[in-house]
Design a protein around this ligand. Structure first.
Ligand SMILES: [Zn+2]
Length: 101
């Protein structure tokens, strides 16, 4: 089964992008937990956290932090920000920020 995040990164699947640069993409979740639910992912595929270069991991967090601030400043009702990182299939294997609890 192809990786859905790679398909999004390669523009084979539509997504509503809110941020992108050479190493990181961020887009709205198609099954949002709440308003402002954004997925922040590395542009290139890494099967696990241990494969992710530290610099890209640090950059992912910086982007997530900036997007969280953008959500707080937007018109979306937002009492809190929740950042989650899942490493491994049993954990959900996706980077996401679920916001506005
Ligand atoms: Zn992938």
């Amino acid at each position: 089964m192809p990786c859905p995040f790679c398909a999004i990164a390669e523009r084979q699947v539509e997504a509503s992008f809110v941020y992108e640069d050479e190493n990181v993409l961020a887009f709205m979740d198609i099954h949002p937990v709440n308003a402002g639910h954004i997925l922040v992912i590395p542009r290139h595929h890494f099967a696990s956290l241990s494969e992710l270069p530290e610099a890209i991991g640090a950059h992912l967090f910086i982007v997530a932090q900036r997007l969280a601030e953008a959500i707080r400043r937007s018109g979306v009702h937002c009492e809190a920000i929740l950042l989650t990182l899942a490493d491994g299939a049993a954990a959900g294997q996706k980077y996401r920020i679920a916001t506005c609890t």
